[in-house]
Design a protein around this ligand. Structure first.
Ligand code: NAD
Length: 465
């Protein structure tokens, strides 16, 4: 064989090799984590995870920093896309939520090692990766959830396959692409987070059944939490809430009114922690309402209009999706009410068993129930929270009342004398999360919840006591 023939043979071999490996490669439509098929999205995430855990913790830390930076830089873009695509929420508040998720979701520092030492040596229990996590995300906080889950899940050494809500698919895909690029820019592998171009419930089902998915995390309503808990896999469920805000006669009413309206109107009430109904002790109710009005609450007094509004926004006991996250002026216009331009929330006096109270509305409609005393307020709040054990808020100066309510309602988040969002670290101490796992008990999830506890035992040595 001449030199020329050998060169030609070598070229042909290389071309054939490239062609055959291209045939078996997952088909990525963007090159940054977005695949046509769910099986390919999972295969790519699995390969990426194997590369990810070869990196040092310091290198993983750099990846997390890069994700934070990219998310902050894209916070406005994500907010704009989410408002446009979902038609819900408020741009400025979504910017704040994205930045909050980027800055205050714990990273690798959350992975604390436990150690035991004694005559028999040294044992450590370390938090190590599950592998590939399947994460189902909501339409109400699409990019915030992706930012916060990516930080926690990757910090723990996992890769993530997302199943975003179909109504927020473009926005979610954008976030996944941006974060993937940030991971690669920091020296990480490509496809540490992936998804499919057309997310649907069917695709989510493929993911839930796939044997390479080792942990499922559902952030959404009762349907999806039930779905992951029935999957036969380890699952974390972050489900619905219906947070009551209780106000007793000892509260600073001016501040309580402002805090409640601030919390309820934030992102047009989309956060699952946001105030959904107020239960107030009768003798201070008028004061509270008057201060609420000073803070942008629009009071509806006509019984007929309250019933019209109920018909409009409650559908078989649940929120009518057409009005979730909409501006209050838009909602009221549908029943012929011209609310002032600066109205932030509509308030109305109703009985405790009213549908506006029992449904998780996720819109700036805030029913107010007057009760005789704090005990009646606590009883009703526990009832209307439906045992979700999600979030409750209380405005009171009486420590005994605060303690009594917190004990009775058993919610994952209990905010005292502040707006609900203080409970997710916005103006309150502590870290943030957009995956609050009440049903499965992890609470405010972070890296440590996305990791397995593994024990390493060194016998007879290294104990220096
Ligand atoms: P949703 O339940 O309609 O959807 C959430 C996600 O689950 C979406 O990706 C959806 O496609 C998927 N999904 C829904 N049913 C499914 C099924 N049977 N099988 C597989 N996937 C399924 O919720 P949403 O409207 O996007 O969000 C609002 C709800 O989520 C509210 O109830 C809110 O309280 C809750 N939420 C809870 C938290 C939390 O941290 N606890 C955070 C955000 C939202």
């Amino acid at each position: 064989m001449s030199v020329q023939e050998r060169e030609i043979e070598e070229i042909v071999r290389k071309v054939l090799e490239e062609l055959s490996s291209a045939g078996s490669k997952p088909q990525s439509s963007s090159g940054h984590g977005i695949f046509l098929e769910m099986n390919d999205a999972i295969a790519a995430a699995e390969s990426a995870q194997k590369e990810l855990i070869k990196l040092s913790l310091a290198e993983r830390g750099k990846i997390i920093e890069s994700i934070r930076k990219a998310a902050i830089e894209s916070a406005e873009l994500f907010a704009q896309m989410a408002v446009e695509e979902t038609g819900m929420g408020k741009y400025q508040d979504k910017v704040r939520k994205n930045i909050l998720a980027a800055e205050k979701s714990p990273g690798i520092e959350d992975l604390k090692t436990e150690s035991f030492s004694g005559d028999n040596g040294l044992t450590v229990v370390e938090l190590s990766a599950y592998g590939v996590i399947g994460s189902i995300t909501p339409t109400t906080n699409p990019t915030e959830t992706i930012i916060c889950n990516s930080i926690g899940m990757i910090a723990a050494g996992n890769s993530v396959v997302y199943s975003p809500h179909p109504t927020a698919k473009k926005t979610s895909i954008k976030a996944i692409e941006v974060l993937n690029k940030a991971i690669v820019a920091a020296g990480g592998p490509n496809n540490v987070i992936t998804t499919v171009q057309e997310p649907t419930i069917e695709q989510a089902n493929i993911m839930m059944k796939h044997k390479k998915i080792k942990l499922l995390v559902a952030t959404g309503g009762p349907g999806v939490v039930k779905a992951v808990l029935s999957s036969g896999k380890k699952a974390i469920g972050a489900g619905a809430g219906n947070p009551p805000a209780v106000v007793d006669e000892t509260a600073d009413l001016e501040k309580a009114a402002k805090d409640i309206i601030d919390g309820c109107s934030f992102d047009n009430n989309l956060p699952c922690v946001a105030e959904k109904e107020v239960i107030v002790v009768e003798k201070v109710a008028d004061y509270l309402v008057s201060y609420m009005k000073k803070n942008g609450a629009f009071l509806i007094t006509s019984k007929e209009q309250i019933e019209q509004l109920t018909e409009l926004v409650v559908d078989k006991g649940h929120a009518n999706k057409n009005f979730v996250g909409k501006d209050v002026a838009y909602i009221l216009r549908q029943i012929g009410i011209d609310a002032p331009a600066d109205a932030r929330v509509a308030i109305m006096n109703v009985e405790g068993n009213h549908p506006l109270v029992s449904a998780e509305l996720m819109m700036p409609i805030l029913p107010i129930v007057r009760v005789k005393d704090v005990d009646a307020a606590i009883d009703l709040a526990v009832e209307v929270e439906h045992g979700f054990r999600h979030t409750a808020i209380m405005h009171s100066k009486n420590v005994d009342n605060l303690t009594k309510f917190a004990k009775a309602i058993q919610t994952t988040i209990f905010v005292k004398n502040g707006p609900s969002y203080a409970g997710i670290g916005f103006g309150g101490e502590g870290y943030t999360t957009f995956t609050i796992a009440g049903p499965t008990g992890e609470g405010l999830t972070s890296a440590k919840n996305f990791a397995r506890r593994r024990k390493c035992v060194l016998v007879d040595g290294l104990s220096i006591r």
